[in-house]
Design a protein. Structure first.
Length: 162
């Protein structure tokens, strides 16, 4: 656990942090301190780290994470695609045992909100959801890059010049 906490901390490469958070989620699911640590990443400035924390909390099955997820849902700092993902994880935590555990808790597979109640189409739906999640992360990163470029001092030099 100490190594995973070290690699999930700010300053480490984003991919390493995401992997560490996902791994932390699988450890000692009854350990409330781990849940609190993962919940702390919900306010991360890096979108992929925040997404990893959202799915890690849902995958832990620890209902004590619900208030942190609900607080994030009420914040003004959400991208469009995050609200339904957060709601899905909250629903998952409120109703964790419906008889069929998900294949990989950290990826959000099996979320009611995204499954549309079609048990026969579960694999296809999960595959489509994973593809959409990858595209949304990519779009979000591209948008952030564009926003950084548009925030250039020359671009915002006090208004429109004609």
């Amino acid at each position: 656990m100490p190594v995973l906490l070290q690699w999930s901390a700010a300053g480490k490469p984003i991919d390493s942090r995401m992997a560490a958070i996902n791994s932390l989620a699988r450890l000692q699911k009854d350990n409330k301190d781990i849940t609190k640590q993962i919940a702390a990443y919900l306010t991360e400035p890096h979108f992929p780290v925040r997404m990893a924390a959202i799915y890690a909390l849902g995958g832990r099955g620890d209902a004590t994470a619900i208030p942190a997820l609900e607080a994030l849902l009420k914040s003004d700092d959400l991208s469009i695609e995050m609200a339904p993902m957060i709601k899905g994880q909250i629903a998952r935590l409120k109703k964790p045992a419906d008889g069929k555990p998900s294949a990989n808790p950290s990826t959000g597979e099996g979320d009611e909100e995204f499954a549309y109640g079609a048990a026969g189409e579960e694999l296809t739906t999960d595959q489509r959801l994973e593809k959409l999640e990858r595209l949304l992360v990519e779009m979000s990163e591209r948008l952030k890059s564009m926003e950084k470029r548009s925030a250039d001092p020359q671009a915002v030099s006090g208004g429109c010049s004609v």
